[in-house]
Design a binder for this molecule. Structure first.
Ligand SMILES: C[S@@+](CC[C@H](N)C(=O)[O-])C[C@H]1O[C@@H](n2cnc3c(N)ncnc32)[C@H](O)[C@@H]1O
Length: 234
């Protein structure tokens, strides 16, 4: 087309069509960016009906799968969210009950969870449950012996939850601290009341450790967590 001449209908449509599609792409892009910043449009919500149903079903099988009580799941969710944790490690997935609670918090902080399970059937089941929860993009399940697997993980993590073999806490600690837990990070150990005898060495050590503040916290009045906060400056 020569300058100064009016647009033909076809040229007009071509030009405005191009501009419109550019506009559409730009709009989609900015929506995608906005969604990414806000955690995305498909954010899995803690109180949605499918999540409530899944958590109810999993809670009903909790005894069989040794999962944390619901109140402890809620506490894990609360801590991960309140600390704005974005890189979380769980040792001992079982069927994925606590992993899903953590995953729900990570939907809000835009974080990731790595969780390790030694038992093949539980690992398979956890992956199915995580998928059903819609949290596969947040949660990576690893199958293997966590005493070995943690050494392969890069980290560092800002929240570590130990809930596997209770006698193994000292070994996990020596493999994760100091490199794989950030200063300001949280280390949570489950069954610190009912199974305190199985991790006495760990509990004695961590409560005296100069780099940590430690509390024993119970949400159930029955059992609870040993929660340790790593000082930002040692
Ligand atoms: C108490 S259950 C975990 C419950 C889970 N955190 C929840 O609340 O849903 C402990 C799990 O740790 C697994 N486990 C035990 N020793 C392990 C190890 N060395 N490496 C990885 N997983 C292990 C067990 O197979 C079991 O499924």
């Amino acid at each position: 087309m020569k300058t100064g001449q009016p647009f033909s209908r076809r040229e007009f449509l071509k030009t405005t069509g191009g501009a419109l599609s550019l506009f559409t792409v730009a709009t989609h892009l900015s929506l995608a960016l906005a969604n990414a910043t806000e955690g995305g449009p498909q954010r899995v919500k803690r109180n949605s009906a499918p999540i409530r149903r899944l958590l109810d079903e999993m809670e009903a099988k909790g005894y069989q799968f040794l999962s944390v009580p619901r109140k402890d799941g809620e506490l894990l969710y609360f801590i991960a969210k309140a600390t704005r944790s974005r890189n979380v490690l769980e040792v001992g997935t079982s069927h994925g009950f606590s992993a899903i609670w953590l995953g729900l918090a990570l939907e809000e902080t835009d974080g990731r969870l790595t969780t390790i399970e030694i038992d093949k059937e539980r690992y398979d089941l956890a992956r199915r449950n995580v998928k059903e929860a819609g949290l596969s993009r947040r949660i990576t399940c690893i199958r293997g012996d966590a005493h070995v697997e943690v050494t392969k993980l890069e980290g560092p993590f800002d929240f570590i939850f130990l809930d596997a073999d209770k006698e193994g806490q000292m070994d996990y600690f020596s493999k994760l601290f100091p490199k794989k837990l950030v200063p300001g990070g949280i280390l949570a150990v489950h069954n610190a009341i009912r199974q305190a005898h199985s991790m006495k060495d760990y509990l004695d050590m961590i409560q005296k450790h100069p780099d940590f503040d430690t509390v024993i916290l119970s949400a159930t009045m029955d059992d609870g967590f040993c929660l340790s906060y790593r000082h930002r400056v040692s």
